[in-house]
Design a protein around this ligand. Structure first.
Ligand SMILES: CSC[C@@H](O)[C@@H](O)C(=O)COP(=O)(O)O
Length: 351
């Protein structure tokens, strides 16, 4: 069954590029407020990524690419090379774990290095950022096709997902959420169980919002309910995204992903990671090498200024964890699928 692409929803966009300015949907305010922020040059993009106005590995990379384009547009005629270089360096410091950021900046830097004038740089860097954005959307659509081949459901199934991997986290459509969209388009989805995803609540604030807007049946659950949902036999697959995948197939993703993989294995439920090749980092041998972002303890002690814990209590707040390759049934990328990932399977697609 082939779905008419024109009837397909790509989801709500996270960013709008106007050729000389970048607007970002402030994801900190969703689902109650839809407020767009115009990034103030590259420095504004750095701030928006660090503060999680825009988040999700592919969306971080795409925004950073637009940030470099903005740097060229705002640069002074005398100093443009130093200014763009500086912007690339600052953007690289905005968040540490999602390798899509560094991948996108490297692509932008390559174009930048071949520019011979400011006007050339402004034009070509903007075009490259748009290309990165468009390629991400195309990768998401391709991954959804591949994933359906892996799941090959004969009747509608329910799945569980974690964090937000939808249009808001990408160039459109989504990675894991793109697969879920595709199941829905093909009438092969009964229901999505969405982990609320403490502490930042990407599941309840973003995933439940995205799915509800597109009339995709979603049940929101506390993270701690995932084991009970799996034990009940309700879900056939856990489908998640990734922030970095290393050469042996280990996967860094939103904190809590690792425990889902352990639970899925215990309950004999499929565990699928969906991520574009821009998330693959073949320079790191294994997940132990991935820099894991630690964020401020306030994110655990408070929600929007409401105190939930004793003031000043010590907090452990890693934003991501690493799921060992051995717990993953399939990594789906736009280049193809790696089943039971290991270094051999990874090298076959990515060396
Ligand atoms: C397609 S998004 C994949 C991952 O980036 C996603 O699962 C995730 O962990 C997002 O984390 P976030 O801290 O919201 O940027």
């Amino acid at each position: 069954m082939v779905t008419n692409p024109s009837s397909r929803s790509m989801g709500t966009v996270a960013m709008r590029w106007h050729g000389d300015s970048l607007e970002l949907l402030d994801q900190r305010l969703l689902p109650t407020e839809e407020h767009w922020i115009t990034a103030e040059g590259a420095a504004g993009v750095v701030q928006c990524i660090a503060d999680m106005v825009v988040r999700g590995a592919p969306a971080i990379g795409i925004s950073a690419a637009y940030g470099v384009a903005l740097a060229a547009r705002h640069a002074g005629a005398d100093d443009w090379q130093a200014e763009v270089s500086q912007a690339i360096q600052e953007l690289a410091k905005s968040r540490p774990t999602a390798v899509n950021l560094f991948w996108a900046l490297e692509r932008m830097e390559q174009v930048f290095n071949s520019c011979d004038s400011l006007s050339d740089a402004a034009k070509r860097l903007a075009a490259e950022a748009v290309r990165i954005h468009e390629e991400d959307l195309a990768a998401n659509l391709a991954m959804a096709d591949h994933a359906l081949g892996v799941i090959s459901p004969v009747q509608p199934i329910s799945v569980l997902t974690h964090c937000n991997t939808g249009a808001l986290a990408t160039g459109g459509y989504g990675t894991a959420l793109g697969v879920i969209r595709r199941l829905h388009e093909e009438r092969l989805l009964t229901r999505v169980y969405a982990d609320e995803t403490r502490p930042w609540l990407q599941g309840s604030r973003l995933t439940a919002w995205e799915l509800s807007r597109d009339d995709i049946p979603v049940t929101l659950n506390a993270d701690g309910a995932a084991a009970a949902i799996m034990a009940s036999g309700k879900v056939k697959w856990v489908i998640v995204g990734a922030d970095r995948i290393t050469a042996n197939g280990d996967v860094a993703n939103k904190i809590g992903t690792y425990s889902l993989a352990v639970l899925a294995r215990h309950h004999d439920i499929g565990f699928m990671v969906v991520a574009p090749s821009s998330t693959v980092d073949m320079s790191l041998a294994s997940g132990i090498d991935i820099p894991i972002e630690q964020r401020d303890g306030t994110e655990i002690r408070e929600i929007r200024g409401i105190q939930l814990a004793p003031a000043g209590v010590e907090v452990f707040n890693p934003v991501f964890d690493v799921t060992p390759a051995g717990l993953i049934d399939a990594i789906v990328t736009e280049k193809g699928v790696i089943r039971n990932p290991d270094i051999i399977g990874m090298r076959a697609l990515f060396s």
